[in-house]
Design a protein around this ligand. Structure first.
Ligand SMILES: Cc1cc2nc3c(=O)[nH]c(=O)nc-3n(C[C@H](O)[C@H](O)[C@H](O)COP(=O)(O)O)c2cc1C
Ligand code: SF4
Ligand code: FES
Length: 569
């Protein structure tokens, strides 16, 4: 296909393919043409920064450069929240995620910020001086409510005053603690230098050594699905056909309440890259990518600096450290979408298309980026790999409670006495984390619910804290551990308000690819106490939705209603 000067698709120069279910002709077109540089989303972002809004001419220009139909690029502009609106000279992103919602007693900071800046969320002031965008988490959940003023973080109860110069600006670093044998936070807490394992592995053992140690460790993905890391890499390495294989670090960290990936990327980016290189070696990949959410600008810059430093030191490139291995990394940015963290959506988003989910199989390990075998791993999963390879997998396997072995960095929100990121062994009781590590709730507040695992995870009551931090046990209690966020909800937030908040999030972030979730979340948001809590609707969403987003929201809604005593279904 080609686009004419006016951006209309006028002819088909190529045979029209019949894409497999769930894949569009645009996916196949991208697979044939490769990734444009800069990416489509990056080009649109630059245009928007230049003149405030993405115009039809910008869409046509980006489409032409990428060899895509203008309609496909237009679809991206309407899909990603960053690209939809008009930017003012000053652009403020204010967090409407759950931790910030709870921190301000039910989202009270949003009207305060709107009043202070004189502009409504989603709008730009008439004189173009300031625009305000609602986002779902900036990774400051331990100090919220939070905002980004341009790329400068601001956080605290006086957020609105900070934004208009009536209070000192603040954005504290992530408080970090450890209570287990440190694995993931080793560099941050103990100053262990990165890139010490990679040259030794290239010299001795190679891919086989990485696969052996990680298999012995029992490491499972920390992004939510808990799939054994080594199985995914072995599948990519074994996938048929010549041509490149890819590995992608999923740094989309969408769950409001989670900030461990941000912590790792900002404070120890080289270790994330070293883990990516080791996992890439184990997968037979020659090119790695990190897909970073746009709400993490500092992490994006730190990673790019770390890539440049690694190239200069000979850790990345051709024949790395005089071996036969080629491996390089690119860092790409998202544009504001929760579902873009789902792996098929993420890979599509990397090509500049709408981040809609496609059915699996085929899995990315078989048919991923540009149609090639691709491993997608969470940042925390990758950050554990250098230590596991260096120390041997057996030691890691003794941590936690096999088959759920190892550690997890749990993130505690601002309501705790000692909020922050704690690396703990899997299997510790939640009560230990909440009371001993977090110190309970600050300022005499009463815990009424604990949200586990983000918006798709669910809510527990205070009487359920004897449960261990294990996927299996939490699933038995009707919630999911997810990426390990723990958001304490105190008595100032009402059940109905939280229910409305959750449905609103679901409706705003549903990717729209399947009817049960697209329509179900809209019904829920429109009438959270009625249709949205109807057992029939929740059952339909839970069984018929295409991906864990639509299937997980009903679990979260049911657990919320249970904990707040909001009637039975
Ligand atoms: C709606 C949705 C959002 C997701 N968001 C993320 C995310 O932000 N970060 C992440 O690592 N995984 C996320 N996942 C899980 C990924 O699809 C994938 O399982 C994960 O990146 C694999 O890495 P792991 O095996 O190391 O966990 C999400 C899944 C769904 C269904
Ligand atoms: S369940 Fe929701 S997020 Fe997942 S594919 Fe369907 S519409 Fe998209
Ligand atoms: S910064 Fe607001 S929920 Fe994370």
């Amino acid at each position: 296909m080609r686009a004419d000067g006016a951006g209309e698709v006028v002819s088909h120069d190529l045979p029209v393919p019949h894409p497999p279910p769930g894949r569009s002709a645009a996916d196949d077109l991208v697979a044939r043409r490769g990734l444009p540089s800069p990416g489509v989303l990056e080009e649109l972002r630059v245009a928007q920064a230049d003149h405030g809004v993405v115009t039809g001419a910008d869409v046509r220009g980006a489409a032409q450069a990428a060899g895509l139909p203008a309609a496909a690029v237009h679809g991206s502009v309407t899909y990603y929240s960053d690209l939809r609106g008009q930017l003012g000279a000053r652009h403020v992103r204010v967090c409407a995620g759950t931790a910030c919602f709870v921190a301000s007693g039910g989202g009270r900071h949003l009207p305060q910020v709107q009043r202070a800046l004189g502009v409504r969320a989603g709008e730009c002031s008439a004189d173009g001086s300031v625009s305000l965008q609602e986002v779902h988490c900036l990774g400051y959940c331990y100090a919220g409510p939070a905002a980004l003023d341009g790329e400068l973080p601001r956080a605290g109860a006086d957020l609105a005053d900070q934004l208009v110069g009536q209070a000192a600006v603040r954005a504290p670093d992530v408080p970090t603690w450890t209570s287990a044998r440190t694995v993931v936070l080793r560099g941050i807490l103990h100053g262990e230098p990165p890139w010490s394992v990679w040259p030794r592995v290239l010299d001795n053992g190679g891919a086989e050594r990485v696969r052996r140690e990680v298999a012995e460790s029992g490491l499972r993905g920390r992004g939510g699905a808990g799939y054994p890391a080594v199985r995914k890499w072995a599948a990519v390495a074994a996938a048929g056909g010549g041509g490149p294989r890819y590995i992608v670090a999923n740094a989309d960290e969408g769950d409001p309440g989670s900030y461990v990936d941000r912590l790792l990327m900002e404070r120890d980016p080289a270790r994330v890259l070293e883990g990516l290189a080791l996992a890439g070696l184990a997968s037979g990949a020659t090119q790695g990518f990190v897909y970073v959410r746009s709400e993490y600008p500092r992490a994006y810059h730190r990673l790019r600096e770390a890539v440049a430093a690694a190239r200069a030191s000979g850790h990345l490139g051709h024949n790395v450290h005089s071996s036969t291995v080629d491996f390089d990394v690119d860092v790409v940015r998202g544009a504001g979408s929760y579902v873009a963290g789902e792996e098929t959506s993420l890979l599509r988003s990397m090509t500049g298309l709408r981040g809609t989910v496609r059915p699996r199989p085929p899995y990315p390990s078989e048919h991923g980026l540009l149609g090639r075998p691709t491993a997608v791993n969470n940042v925390e999963t990758l950050a554990a790999v250098p230590a596991i390879v260096a120390q041997g997998g057996a030691g890691y396997a003794h941590l936690g409670r096999p088959p759920e072995s190892g550690t997890l960095v749990v993130c505690l929100n601002e309501r705790f006495t000692r909020p922050g990121a704690y690396e703990v062994e899997l299997g510790v009781p939640l009560s230990h984390i909440v009371h001993r590590l977090g110190g309970g709730l600050a300022g005499g507040r009463r815990l009424v619910a604990l949200q586990v695992g983000g918006p798709l995870g669910g809510f527990l009551g205070p009487e359920q804290l004897d449960l261990p931090l294990l996927n299996s046990a939490l699933e038995g209690a009707g919630v999911a551990l997810g990426h390990g966020s723990l958001v304490a909800v105190d008595h100032r937030v009402s059940g109905p308000d939280l229910l409305r908040h959750l449905w609103r999030f679901a409706a705003q972030e549903s990717c729209g690819a399947c009817t049960p979730c697209r329509e179900g979340t809209r019904l829920g948001a429109a009438d959270p106490d009625g249709a949205g809590t109807d057992a029939g609707l929740l059952n339909l969403m839970a069984v018929a939705s295409l991906c864990p987003f639509g299937r997980g929201i009903p679990r979260a809604i049911r657990s919320l209603r249970r904990v707040f005593g909001m009637g039975t279904e």
